[in-house]
Design a protein. Structure first.
Lengths: 377, 304
């Protein structure tokens, strides 16, 4: 009797380990990454299995295996294939990890298949979901994925003179006479505010303008107040705002209050804080070809292209869009990060979602681009 | 900032005075007398004559000062200048067989400094009641001068005088409020009280852009558009770095570029081949629109 319990425990442990190994592709943990390429990969006898193998291998950074799961790439494409997964130039993708994925067949014949994948990435700016469609072909008794070749922009060597303004700050010394060297904070103003009730909670949004002649670091806070004058909750715009505003620049802002109902709110107290910061007018990023469209799932989105008109690499572009109804009222503010770095003089597509309930109201929109560049303010 | 507030010590002095009065009431024997100065200026020396004979103990309590010394009755008690630097109420107590107390006041000396706070440090031109200043005179010991004094405020934009106004202090404070000038640049703000002068500078900046006009042309890759020199309604050039938003609306979509003004002009390159309506805005100010025709496609042989 004494030996039965240990034997049962050992058998159970081995069974659980095997279960974890075979189910790693769909698991949300990091087991697959920790054990690397020592896993046994199932034969890709179905399109689902072939795509799962590719995604599991890519998730584990098992590049040789993942590369062999594709049908159309030659040895010269291997580097760009890897870069497609790992990112480059300090882009958001290079700080991201593929956490989980869900595959769904769209159309399958005897030797061709169309699959849709929901990729769930963990990133420094929060989870990001990417929806991609893949084409698969049958080669003998196995299936392989046709990897869409990604054109990596090739920026020619060139000299781009930068003559835009830069603002630096000189702080007053501690022994300066009182009142002699004060610099006022930048003057910013909330030009619009709209509070709406959604299924997820209350959303407060609008736009802020820097009315001053100097750059400002801006943050907007909102406090919901009930009928008795008590504060229900207060939140800030966090990253749904372009924090650094150059003179006369306008930014949308959005503040979310999850799990609250506007019925209980009597008043919304707004507070905008601005401080003087060093800033640069470079880089200039144009937002081209903006239009409201439908994505692969049929959802309304605003898409366009970001064009980096400067000579500086923008590592993580961040798009914030405000949407207006026919009366010019801000009815929604959405944001999205572009996972690829924006190289000098190149463009990159972007897309932000519009909620289904608001899509029909949207008559106009305004996009601003926030940017994070390594080594520059 | 180190302003001395004489009233903070009054409570303490009052308690000591009560104590002295109590001592006086219960004591019997030799009567002592002293005559404190009727008025004394901060940093001034003074003497307190006493009557009687024998030894006595002298206490001096004032703002930031306390002293106890043995004195001979009939002699004068000398107050050194270091003991009277702080303006306010002082309590002198002389105790022999009984105690006598008296209060005297030290007022601030001649003005030797002006604390001058001007707001804001930066102001758009042509704003009414936008510039304000507060001047507070102090003596050399940093005592607030409460007696009325006339502070002369002078504002000069470039070489043009904007304001010259004498203002009498009330409770030690003089202030002004005025409209900003019409031209961008440094606004010199001077407050003077006798020979004491304090200077501040307010930066007058251009106001919102006015009458924004653009011109543009089609290029091989899209549209190049630029503003005319951007000025406010007073004709001041809007500072470089100010963002001007160009929006080109075509049939297939919309393109926007937030371009900073450089050497007075904002420029943008917008991609697109179709006919476009280009609008311009800076902050909440809209400019005039410009219609640019579609790209004319070249045909083989160079014929359009």
């Amino acid at each position: 009797m004494k030996t039965v319990l240990p034997i049962v425990l050992v058998v159970l442990t081995v069974a659980l380990i095997l279960l974890a190994l075979t189910g790693a592709g769909r698991a949300s943990g990091t087991v697959g990454i920790a054990l690397g390429s020592s896993f046994v990969t199932k034969k890709p006898s179905t399109p689902e299995q072939a795509l799962t193998n590719l995604l599991v291998d890519a998730k584990r950074h098992n590049w040789d295996q993942a590369f062999s799961d594709t049908s159309n790439l030659g040895p010269a494409d291997k580097q760009s294939f890897i870069q497609d997964w790992t990112g480059s130039n300090g882009s958001l993708r290079s700080f991201s990890n593929l956490e989980t994925f869900e595959t769904r067949p769209m159309h399958i014949t005897d030797d061709q298949a169309q699959m849709r994948v929901h990729l769930h990435w963990s990133t420094p700016v929060g989870p990001i979901e990417d929806v991609r469609d893949f084409h698969l072909t049958r080669e003998g008794d196995i299936w392989k994925t046709v990897w869409p070749k990604n054109q990596i922009p090739n920026v020619p060597a060139q000299v781009i003179p930068v003559t835009y303004l830069r603002w630096d700050l000189v702080s007053a010394g501690a022994d300066d006479e009182w009142g002699a060297k004060n610099i006022d904070a930048p003057h910013v103003r909330i030009v619009s505010m709209n509070a709406v009730d959604l299924a997820e909670g209350v959303v407060v949004m609008g736009e802020v303008v820097n009315e001053d002649t100097i750059p400002a670091f801006v943050n907007v806070n909102a406090t919901l107040v009930d009928g008795a004058g008590n504060a229900i909750d207060d939140e800030s715009s966090f990253d749904r705002i372009a924090h650094v505003l150059l003179p006369k620049q306008v930014t949308p802002y959005r503040i979310d209050f999850p799990n609250l109902n506007l019925k209980n709110v009597k008043n919304v107290r707004m507070d905008v804080k601005a401080t003087l910061v060093p800033a640069s007018a470079d880089p200039v990023i144009g937002v081209m070809n903006q239009k409201v469209d439908a994505d692969v799932q049929g959802k309304a989105v605003l898409r366009g292209d970001l064009l980096n008109q400067s000579g500086q690499t923008v590592n993580i572009p961040h798009v914030i869009a405000s949407f207006y109804d026919g009366d010019g009222k801000v009815v929604w503010v959405a944001d999205g990060y572009v996972e690829r770095a924006l190289l000098p003089q190149t463009s990159s597509p972007f897309m932000v979602d519009i909620p289904k309930s608001l899509a029909s109201k949207v008559q106009n929109f305004h996009v601003v681009v926030n940017q994070y560049s390594i080594g520059r303010d | 900032m180190n302003m001395k507030m004489p009233c903070l010590h009054l409570t303490k002095i009052g308690m000591i005075g009560l104590l002295a009065a109590g001592l006086s009431a219960i004591s019997a024997g030799q009567t002592v007398e002293m005559h404190v100065p009727a008025a004394l200026v901060a940093g001034g020396q003074a003497s307190i004559p006493t009557t009687g004979s024998g030894k006595a103990t002298f206490y001096l309590l004032g703002p930031g000062v306390s002293r106890k010394s043995e004195v001979n009755l009939g002699d004068e008690i000398r107050l050194e200048s270091q003991e009277t630097q702080n303006a306010g109420a002082y309590q002198a107590i002389l105790c022999a067989d009984n105690c006598q107390s008296a209060t005297f006041y030290v007022s601030a000396a001649e003005p030797s400094g002006l604390y001058f706070l001007v707001h804001p440090s930066r102001v758009p031109v042509g704003q009414s009641d936008a510039v304000s200043g507060v001047a507070i005179p102090f003596d050399q010991f940093r005592n607030l001068i409460l007696s009325p004094a006339t502070v002369q405020f002078q504002l000069t934009a470039g070489t043009a005088p904007l304001l010259s106004r004498p203002v009498k202090t009330q409770a030690g404070i003089a202030w002004f409020r005025t409209t900003s000038g019409r031209s961008a640049g440094a606004l010199q703000v001077v407050a003077s009280l006798g020979s004491v002068v304090a200077r501040r500078v307010v930066q007058q900046v251009a106001s919102d852009p006015c009458n924004l006009k653009i011109e543009g042309q089609r290029t091989k890759t899209g549209i190049t558009v630029e503003t005319e020199p951007v000025r406010d309604c007073s004709g001041n050039p809007v500072p470089d770095g100010t963002i001007v938003t160009f929006t080109a609306t075509e049939q297939g979509g919309k393109s926007t570029v937030d371009a900073p003004i450089k050497q007075g002009i904002a420029r943008a390159q917008i991609s697109g081949q179709g006919a476009a309506l280009v609008s311009v805005a800076s902050g909440v100010v809209m400019g005039k629109e410009l219609h640019i025709g579609a790209q004319i496609e070249s045909r083989p042989g160079g014929q359009p």
